[in-house]
Design a protein around this ligand. Structure first.
Ligand code: E4P
Length: 218
């Protein structure tokens, strides 16, 4: 399972990349606004820090204008993945970009049928938003399971399931059990995956006992 970092904070991304656990990055207009950074300059820096796909989202709503923006974004670096919204225009742009050999991440997916459309359009990634679904009382992880089953029913569909709007380690555990291809994690959620109180307690006891031996390994 691949881990992407869901952030536009270059320091957090670089810090996590050093762990060797980061396979890509996703950004969105809200995250870029929060960063206060120039969009294209920021994407260039992220593409240097992480070699895998870096999603940069178009903000046009018409297919032709999306393609013009995609050309600008694609020129930044080889590993830019164009992110488009799940609209008919977005799917038209997806088809055109996929035909040009460009990776596309189709975002704002909230239903299995939307995921099917994105795959038929040639998306490299589909981004179902589990946290935002959970917020409405719907079953975010249930959608991931449905999409997994649908894509597995049609092996010619090569789109990877990229679990988005992740809020907790539990979303990651369930995504892995279901067999999602990728999850994009906010930095704090990624960092928290390692936590277990018994690990901390066990290590403290081992170190205390080692001190008593008076020995040193080096
Ligand atoms: C990633 O591609 C999405 O834009 C992101 O995961 C959305 O997360 P949010 O629902 O926490 O804003």
């Amino acid at each position: 399972m691949k881990f992407f970092v869901d952030s536009a904070d270059i320091e957090a991304i670089s810090d996590l990349a050093a762990t060797g656990m980061v396979d890509g990055v996703t950004t969105n207009p809200s995250l870029v606004a929060k960063s206060g950074r120039d969009f294209k300059e920021l994407i260039g820096e992220i593409c240097q820090a992480v070699k895998g796909p870096v999603s940069a989202e178009v903000t046009a709503t018409q297919a032709d204008a999306m393609l013009a923006e995609a050309a600008e974004l694609a020129a930044i670096a080889e590993n830019v993945c164009i992110k488009v919204p799940l609209t008919w225009d977005g799917l038209r742009a997806t088809r055109a970009l996929a035909d040009m050999g460009r990776q596309v991440n189709v975002t704002l997916c909230f239903s299995a049928n939307q995921a099917l459309l994105a795959a038929k359009a040639g998306a490299a990634f589909i981004s179902p938003f589990v946290g935002r679904l959970d917020d409405t009382g719907a079953d975010g992880m249930g959608l991931i399971a449905d999409i997994r089953q649908i894509y597995d029913n049609y092996p010619d569909l090569e789109t990877e399931i990229l679990v988005a709007s992740v809020r907790s380690p539990e979303h990651i555990r369930q995504s892995a059990l279901i067999g999602a291809d990728v999850a994009t994690l906010p930095p704090d959620v990624l960092r928290s995956l390692i936590n277990h109180p018994l690990t901390d307690k066990g290590l403290a006891a081992f170190l205390a006992d080692w001190q008593k031996t008076g020995q040193s390994i080096t």
